[in-house]
Design a protein around this ligand. Structure first.
Ligand code: ADP
Length: 504
């Protein structure tokens, strides 16, 4: 049997505040930690009801709990799932964790309680919760920013694409045509980037589903070569993009976007020498390497370069080409497509980024869709058919009208649903309506289509063009005589849609 003295000294040296309570609820013993935690001298609490240590509002309830416990004694934490509070001598409260153990002593039941101050732990938990909420909020804010930015950029880009289409048809001069070709490529790249940006913000919300299929890399690489050769040669860099007949199994648009970002960076961060895209066979497919002889990246920055908005050696908010998003897009795409992404870099010597892309299960024919299928359109294809164009953005409206007129269509324009319905009432020879989805005063392109069909019959042909990808648009019931497309859409694609509708 342990001596009472030993037991007492063990209790005194315990790290937690310990009290022993009699069946009556009075405090029989309190160790030193009780004094320092609660601010009472031992003699001030011995013999007092244990409720002395509780905030006043809990005291009467506690008496009832204590009596219950006396009826079903066992070792357990007190108030499981509840936030428990204790009260110091000076009236201040603090959160506690309490474990209770029954002790049978000379025929009566005592209860030992270990009391732990959990203020620090609760604070850490609260801070963690707040930090997580702030991170969620920032991530939501960023996604909203991306969605809004890409939506607002779509309008002027849409206008530019159609103006490019118009100019192409008007201009005869060889040099001017070549400049327009380059402009078209740059606009195409910008459209794809915008779409990718929106995709990445959607991707983070889980809304993007990659369209993985077999395709040949060569046309994609050729497209990249054409896009980046003028930029590299403008900086005096040699650009080599290896061709090859590699067939891969992936999403062509997302992969193209990732390579585009890597090539753009390689050129941007290289002032002399070369940028090279190589294809290296690996067991399950092909490794696409983008190497440069540029400034390289210091080892301490390397782990962070794929983070959103991270730029090496750029103070926050200072102006510089890029926003530090390029590589985070690459990382997101690699994750989505399950591609292994790697980087090797030596400051002053250059960097090599690589993506391992799975090969096709079997060699299949070229299912490429990236090569430009430029529809050749004879002059005056529109043959004076009458179109109703509904678009509230004046820039997009004018550019679309000019382009369609150039193609030989007669075009009536409306800036709102109301104007559109008036025109639909006044004229009876519309062949097609092309309408923006979001219109002013809460109206949508779907309302315009409904009005046109009410007037011209259910088979009336319509194209809905949308600047965003809200679910309501994705959920619109499709029908053979309605096409839904998103901005920016280039001149050829718009004509292609009109042509496909006319056959419907
Ligand atoms: P940014 O818009 O700044 O180019 P990125 O996310 O594309 O943003 O890249 C993040 C950072 O990684 C860049 O600021 C740059 O310092 C570094 N970086 C990316 N690619 C290269 C490269 N090929 N060579 C050297 N540094 C690079």
């Amino acid at each position: 049997m342990l001596s009472a003295e030993l037991v007492s000294s063990v209790l005194e040296s315990a790290p937690d505040a310990m009290i022993i309570i009699e069946a009556s609820g009075n405090i029989l013993f309190a160790n030193r930690q009780v004094s320092s935690l609660f601010g009472y001298e031992a003699e001030e609490i011995l013999g007092q009801p244990v409720e002395l240590l509780l905030p006043e509002r809990f005291r009467s309830r506690h008496v009832a709990h204590r009596q219950d416990y006396a009826g079903a004694v066992r070792t357990r934490p007190m108030g499981a799932g509840l936030d428990l509070f204790a009260r110091r001598r000076d009236g201040t409260e603090f959160p506690v964790e309490i474990s209770l153990s029954p002790i049978s002593h000379q025929g009566s039941m005592l209860v030992a309680a270990a009391i732990r101050d959990v203020t620090d732990r609760m604070r850490a938990e609260r801070e963690l919760r707040e930090a997580r909420a702030a991170a969620d909020c920032a991530s939501l804010g960023k996604s909203r920013f991306l969605a809004t930015a890409s939506h607002d950029l779509r309008q002027p880009l849409q206008a530019l694409l159609l103006l490019n289409g118009t100019l192409r048809r008007l201009v005869q001069d060889e040099d001017a045509r070549e400049a327009l070709d380059h402009q078209d490529q740059a606009l195409g790249a910008m459209s794809r980037l915008l779409n990718a940006l929106l995709d990445v913000s959607k991707l983070e919300s889980g809304a993007v589903r990659p369209e993985v299929r077999d395709f040949t890399l060569a046309p994609l690489l050729e497209e990249l070569r054409q896009e980046f050769a003028p930029i590299a040669s403008g900086k005096g860099l040699a650009l080599t993009i290896e061709a090859g007949e590699a067939q891969v199994h992936s999403d062509v648009t997302l992969l193209a976007q990732a390579l585009r970002n890597l090539l753009a960076n390689a050129i941007k961060y290289t002032s002399a020498g070369q940028v090279r895209l190589r294809l290296v066979p690996v067991p399950d497919g092909v490794r696409i390497e983008v190497g440069d002889t540029g400034c390289g990246i210091a080892p301490d920055h390397l782990p962070h370069i794929f983070d959103e908005f991270y730029q090496v050696g750029v103070a926050a908010n200072s102006a510089r080409d890029g926003y530090g998003l390029g590589l985070s897009i690459v990382k997101n795409i690699a994750q989505l497509l399950e591609l292994h992404l790697d980087v090797r870099s030596r400051p002053g010597e250059g960097s090599t980024f690589s993506l391992d892309v799975p090969g096709t299960a079997a060699a299949v024919g070229n299912t490429d869709s990236t090569s430009r299928q430029r529809r050749s359109i004879g002059p005056r294809d529109g043959a004076a058919r009458h179109l109703l164009l509904v678009e509230d953005d004046a820039g997009v409206r004018n550019a679309t009208r000019m382009f369609l007129k150039g193609e030989g269509f007669r075009v009536s324009v409306a800036a709102s649903y109301e104007e559109a319905s008036r025109l639909l009432d006044e004229k009876s020879d519309f062949a097609l309506v092309i309408t923006d989805y979001h219109l002013e005063s809460g109206r949508t392109g779907a309302d315009v289509v409904a009005a046109a069909r009410a007037r011209y019959g259910e088979g009336f042909r319509a194209i809905l063009v949308t600047g965003d990808t809200t679910p309501e648009i994705r959920d619109l019931p499709g029908d053979a005589r309605l096409r839904v497309t998103s901005k920016p859409i280039n001149a050829e694609a718009l004509l292609g849609l009109i042509a496909s509708l006319e056959q419907a």
